[in-house]
Write a protein that binds this ligand. Sequence first.
Ligand SMILES: Cc1ncc(COP(=O)(O)O)c(C=O)c1O
Length: 395
Amino acid sequence: MSSYPVDEIRRDYRALHDLCYLNTGTVGIMSEPVLKKHLERIASYERSGHFGEQLARSGYEYARNAFAGLINSSPDEVTLTRNASDGVNYVLASLNIPANAGFITTDQEHPAVLLPLSLASRSASGSIGMLSISGSDDEILSALRSLLEDRATHLAIISHVSCETGRRLPIKEICALCRDHGVLTLVDGAQSVGQFTVDVNDIGCDFMTGNGHKWLCGPKGTGFLYINRERVSELNPPYVGDGSIDPRFDRAKFMPGAIVNDWEFRSDAQRFEFGTRNWHLYGGVADAVDQLAGWGWNEIQQHVSRISSVLKAELGDRAAVTVHTPDDWAASCGLVTFSVAGQDGAKLSERLWNEHNIVQRRVQVPSAVRISCAHYTNEADIQKCLTALDTILAS
Ligand SMILES: Cc1ncc(COP(=O)(O)O)c(C=O)c1O
């Protein structure tokens, strides 16, 4: 038996008392101690306005440090965003893409990647190379090599973990290959940060985007963009405001009524941050990270690896079921995607919720259901899900 204190951990999450919550890959749920402090921070800033700003801003910087610590970057390489989608948009809108150079992405990306790429394709003249990620690591790397050799590419945007199948990609090797071909890399870490150890220095990516509201169980509407120090000057934000230039705005320079433009963007990742912000939301990310760290990142990973393996093995024993997530932990994570022969994934997902109160998510391609095993998921959750599935299969 594992000594991981999952039952003790679950006591901190009120929703788990009566809900089978298996959708952390969409949004995590907040623990009661983190929620209490989060609400206090919101109340303090909203009630006391400028007087309370100091506290709100210290929570904001605390979150920057927390994100930086999680991905092993320096805080000045982290810009705080509202979500992972922001990060993709910031990079695409700010990079100077040379004529005829295009992009590479995969066939399992979230709309957070596909839509900004689609928008960029309206003005960029280069093409978008699609990498299939359904094969082995070697097959993926060899397909990537061909794409890199066949076309002029400026940027590859690749998920660390596919949100559809839960496939964890050989991201370090992918980034190395791109680097060897002079191609920049933006890693979508929305499904990896908080699930397992992520180290941007080891991965060697230029940019990474992520959020605080999934596996970190922090406040919704919090995220980050990591910008490798060497790349900051290559990003020219399309927006500017007080806070994003260096030195700070000086009214004397704009007098008498002149608009001057001889200023520079900040030399760090904060060149994207300006104006009054939801500073008071971010401290909750850092509190949530502290709580997870207190339970132990390694212990959490081992627990999630064990629980997701149990689920995959049980699903694999059912003849009608196909599991789309690899067995190997190094190529997977807490997301488990499965389909049932002859059943539409969206309908199955609806029935699991409507008839059995199991919170999960449908997958469109393949037509499937995705289960998220998180640090608070226990075997009873898995058994409840399997029993529900068996009931549906027998009906
Ligand atoms: C891989 C991936 N990228 C991006 C997103 C979008 O995240 P956000 O809502 O923070 O923009 C998601 C959300 O499900 C995701 O799974």
